[in-house]
Design a protein around this ligand. Structure first.
Ligand code: UGA
Length: 439
């Protein structure tokens, strides 16, 4: 079976490399020639542990190629995955389907091999697959049989390869048993003995994806709402999370209170879901997600407010070290990143902000060129009046008061991810604030 992957961004590049690892001949297609050139050399335009090695391995083995020429895959591919982005529309809250529509149309027009299956992987508003199914039937070349399936992706940045090769479940929305059987064949090697295989219709498959992300976002904002309470009344948010998490029905994962969620998925997905259900006349069904979004955005303001408190409301000209501006560790992604937002707000308030992130400085500098960026933690904290930890990279989680005390100008720290032992820092003479703790 020959496999093509249309779109070689984060999702597509990972999927293409993993399909080659599963033993298929794979071609990745993208409209961006620069991306194709660098992927062909085994170079990735973003940071993802293990992925460059996997791409190089299969470019070298001859199982993986990249091209800008759609017609090449139209005559060759048996299964075509659509893995292009669905960003938030500019100036709105819905999902921008321009790329999905363009990729599907251009693919369908190029397909000359009958019996091929097009498989959507992108995160889309419910109803998109049914619409694209009709589009495929209308636009296909005469005499060519084509079908479409929907197969949402659940990979996490930082664990993309692992999540694709060993998924915790596979969800496929199909209209025929033959399409489902074909997808089972594609994933046969990735399916462990107990990996759940969920075979369903288009609408369920589309909704599973956004429901999962909405649930994760809800868990985070749920604990962060309690953080607002413990900040006021006292109490320890991490112990609270541990204690409710011992209940299997709740679970401890995604209950880490802090500066909240960001990235290219959770924030835009909850907004797109609300927009889509509103279009369906169901405004009230997902109204709670608006609250989830608001709680999340308030956390960023709270981190800034803590910084102000520690500096007696006067940040102008004060050197503040911001540690971590990617939306989470093991990534260089700064899309909707809470840490970068906090850094920008402090800068706009007049502080001398010095950012250090192990992977994110370059991307952040493209968005906010005026912040100070340095290449090491030591440079960032040197002579700082305040240190703010906004992404929990291991390098920061391992910090001890002794590591910093001779470098900083004043022993003030805001741990906006609640990862350091407050008592230890306070005992060492630091004015130490966290989110979710009374200060
Ligand atoms: C998320 C989902 O976890 C994936 O399953 C999904 O496939 C992906 O979106 C997607 O739709 O493509 P990802 O965006 O890589 O994956 O990041 P997460 O690990 O979910 O973290 C999201 C944000 O939540 C981060 O900013 C993280 O710092 C924050 N978070 C996470 C918390 O604030 N508290 C927690 O307890 C957990």
């Amino acid at each position: 079976m020959n496999i093509s992957v249309i779109g070689t961004g984060y999702l597509g590049a990972t999927h293409a490399a993993c399909m080659a690892e599963l033993g298929f001949d794979v071609i990745g297609v993208d409209v961006d020639p620069e991306k194709i050139d660098s992927l062909s050399r085994g170079e990735l335009p973003f940071h993802e542990p293990g992925l460059p090695e996997l791409i190089r391995k299969h470019v070298d083995s001859g199982r993986l190629r990249f091209t800008t020429d759609m017609s090449e895959v139209g005559a060759w591919g048996d299964v075509h995955f659509i893995a292009v982005g669905t960003p938030q529309v500019k100036g709105g809250t819905g999902a921008d389907l321009t790329y999905v529509d363009a990729a599907t149309t251009s693919l369908v027009r190029s397909i000359t091999k009958s019996g091929a299956l097009i498989v959507g992987k992108s995160t889309v508003p419910v109803g998109t697959a049914a619409r694209l199914y009709d589009l495929v039937q209308q636009q296909k070349n005469p005499g060519v049989e084509l079908s479409l399936a929907w197969n949402p992706e659940f990979l996490r940045e930082g664990f993309a390869v692992e999540d694709t090769l060993r998924p915790d479940r596979l969800v496929v929305g199909t209209r025929t048993e033959a399409d489902e059987a074909k997808l089972r064949e594609v994933y046969a090697e990735a399916l462990g003995r107990d990996t759940p295989w969920v075979s369903t219709d288009f609408e369920t498959a589309e909704l599973v994806k956004v429901a999962a992300n909405a649930f994760l976002a809800t868990k985070i904002s749920f604990i962060n709402a309690f953080a607002e309470v413990t900040e006021t009344v006292g109490g320890d948010i991490s112990t609270l999370a541990d204690a409710i998490g011992f209940d299997d029905r709740i679970g401890r994962k995604f209950l880490n209170a802090g500066v909240g969620f960001g990235g290219g998925c959770l924030p835009k997905d909850i907004r797109a879901l609300q927009t889509r259900v509103a279009e369906l006349g169901l405004d009230h069904s997902m109204k709670f997600l608006d609250e989830i979004d608001q709680i999340n955005l308030r956390r960023r303001k709270k981190a800034v407010a803590r910084a102000f408190e520690l500096l007696d409301q006067d940040v102008v000209g004060k050197k503040i070290a911001v540690l971590g501006i990617t939306f989470k560790p093991l990534s260089d992604d700064v899309r909707d990143a809470p840490g970068l937002d906090v850094a920008a707000r402090l800068f706009n308030a007049g502080a001398d902000v010095q950012v250090y992130d192990p992977e994110g400085n370059k991307n952040a500098a493209k968005r906010y060129p005026r912040l100070g960026y340095v290449d090491s933690l030591t440079e960032a904290v040197k002579d700082a009046e305040l240190v703010v930890l906004t992404t929990e990279w291991n390098e920061f989680k391992a910090l001890t008061p002794a590591d910093l005390q001779d470098l900083v100008a004043a022993k003030r720290f805001v741990d906006a991810r609640n990862v350091l032992p407050a008592a230890e820092w306070e005992a060492a003479g630091w004015t130490f604030a966290q989110l979710g703790r009374k200060f």
